[in-house]
Ligand binder design. Structure first.
Ligand code: HEM
Length: 507
């Protein structure tokens, strides 16, 4: 048996040598202590953006942390973020390999999970040109309009049944799932007109388990040996879910393939009517020219991306936005006046109205500033580079604390106050990197246009059709819950009264 003091001496020796060695490499400052084995993992608390915001306030905007085995650069100032996403944009264009990316990202091959290179560039090109281009987003306008009308109808019915009280979290989440599935495959799984109830149940079970796993911290991402101690049960859940999700997507894909037999009447029909194509059909048609590229796995990967990146990001923004409006009735009134003035009461709100409603756009910006659904953006360096004059080795995970920048009094006056008016006249101006809910650089969100349209359309319609208030005199609790997309701690419950003149437009 090796005496314990020998083991402790070896650990202490390795630890001290590491500290001395790293001091000589001109790495960014690092909070003390960096413990053996776990490093700075003791700083990780929920919600992560707030815990890391405190660390940056204390030690500075460019820090090197050690999360278990992962070297991690934490940046939280607009200048440092700008340097990462401009001068070092390519150096930092990789993603860290986390367990979620292995199983939800087909072994790191889907758009959000794949590392920078030819494959990612190709996926990004397809996404930009074929899925999120202004033309494609416009052609699926009617799908979103119909889903939002159905949302407003559901709110109306719930309000009538429940004395005006409605739970809005599930309303917004189901709206986004329906919109994404309609865009992907022309199907809806929530609400009244679900054509295949059994398939809908399968889909709902997948969504539920996906969100449970996404919110679970996987310790072995940072301490790989944990996998052999307690991490295998979690990985098994990922593996099981991966199989179920894959089978579900494959069934949807095969169904569309059957409908689209080459040269059939229906194929010619769909090709003629661009606006009728769902995204699987778009991708299957592209496959005809590049069959070696549009393999089933690439198509299924793109389908999964829309569902994972596009749903709770947008729905949680809607929920936060309505929460702010309920706590700030004067802002809500101003938004309503603007909508009444421009849209009126004779027709329903339309996506194209958003460009004529500057105050509504200010409210969206202010919500995204305070409650960005991507409060921390994760990248990884693929080569050595320099940030703030410090050396950053290849393979360093980069955490950009967007929330900290959005809520820093150095960047924003009275950042804790909801003041949409601060954005009046600022639109379109690139105000440094102070506001970046969709990130920036080559990996920035490719669906910003789609996301802001969806949020504007849903909230614009709800403001137009209902009188909203809190369920009591108490302010809405704005505490953040756990999870990477900054959900609310408590689902939003609100009180609403349908506006009689508008109700007839919903049925
Ligand atoms: C309010 C809503 C949304 C916000 C605030 C948002 C924000 C973000 C952020 C911060 C990133 C990371 C960018 C980076 O790594 O630098 C991202 C990536 C991404 N988002 Fe969004 N997003 C939203 C909605 C959507 C929607 C609706 C979709 C698709 C339907 C979508 C698709 C994606 C994809 C595919 C990526 C990965 C891009 C890549 O790695 O190249 N997002 N988004």
């Amino acid at each position: 048996m090796v005496p314990i003091f020998v083991i402790l001496s070896i650990v202490a020796f390795i630890w001290i040598t590491k500290i001395v060695f790293e001091k000589n490499r001109n790495l960014p400052p690092s909070p003390f202590p960096c413990l053996p084995i776990v490093g700075h993992l003791y700083l990780v608390k929920s919600p992560l953006h707030r815990a890391l915001g405190k660390v940056s306030n204390r030690y500075g905007p460019v820090l090197m942390l050690q999360f278990g085995s992962r070297k991690t650069l934490l940046v939280s100032s607009p200048d440092a973020v700008e340097e990462c996403l401009t001068t070092n944009d390519i150096a930092f264009a990789n993603r860290p390999h986390l367990l979620a990316g292995k199983h939800f990202g087909y072994d790191y091959t889907t758009l959000p999970w794949s590392s920078y290179g030819d494959h990612w560039r190709n996926l990004r090109r397809i996404a930009t040109l074929e899925l999120f281009s202004a033309h494609r987003v416009q052609t699926l306008n009617s799908v979103r309009a119909e889903e939002v009308r159905l949302l407003a109808k559901k709110v109306y019915e719930s309000a009538i049944k429940g004395n005006g009280i409605v739970e809005m979290k599930s309303m917004f989440f189901e709206l986004m799932l329906n919109v994404m599935m309609m865009m992907i495959a022309g199907k809806r799984y929530y609400g009244d007109s679900v054509s295949d109830v059994q398939e809908g149940q399968r889909f709902k079970a997948i969504v539920k388990e996906t969100f449970v796993l996404m919110e679970t911290t996987n310790v072995s991402d940072y301490l790989p040996w944990w996998k052999w101690l307690g991490g295998r049960a979690l990985e098994k859940r990922f593996v099981d879910l991966r199989k179920i999700r894959d089978k579900f997507m494959q069934d949807l894909l095969d169904e569309q393939k059957r409908k689209l037999i080459c040269g059939s009447e229906q194929e010619r029909e769909i090709e003629k009517k661009d606006e009728k194509k769902n995204l699987i059909q778009v991708l299957l048609m592209l496959k005809k020219n590049e069959p070696e590229y549009y393999k089933d796995q690439v198509i299924k990967g793109l389908m999964q991306v829309l569902l994972s990146a596009g749903t709770d990001t947008s729905s949680s923004t809607m929920e936060w936005m309505l929460s702010h409006l309920l706590n700030n009735p004067e802002v809500l009134k101003k938004a309503r006046d603007e909508i009444d003035r421009y849209v009126g009461e004779d027709r329903l709100f339309d996506e194209s109205d958003i460009s004529n409603l500057p105050y509504l756009r200010c409210i969206i910006n202010e919500t995204l500033r305070m409650n960005s659904p991507g409060p921390i953006v994760f990248h990884e360096s693929g080569k050595d580079c320099t940030v703030g004059g410090y050396h950053i080795p290849s393979g360093t995970m980069l955490l950009m604390n967007v929330w900290a920048m959005h809520n820093d009094p150095k960047n924003w006056e009275e950042p804790k106050k909801f003041k949409p008016g601060r954005f009046i006249g600022l639109e379109g101006l690139k105000d440094g990197y102070k506001l970046m809910p969709f990130s920036a650089g080559r990996r920035k969100c490719p669906a910003e246009n789609l996301a802001t349209r969806m949020v504007g359309l849903a909230l614009g319609t709800l403001i137009q059709c209902f009188d909203w208030e809190r369920t009591s005199d108490e302010m809405i609790d704005m505490t953040e819950g756990t999870g990477l997309t900054m959900p609310r701690a408590k689902p939003l419950v609100a009180k609403c009264q349908p506006r009689l003149k508008m109700a007839k437009l919903l049925f």
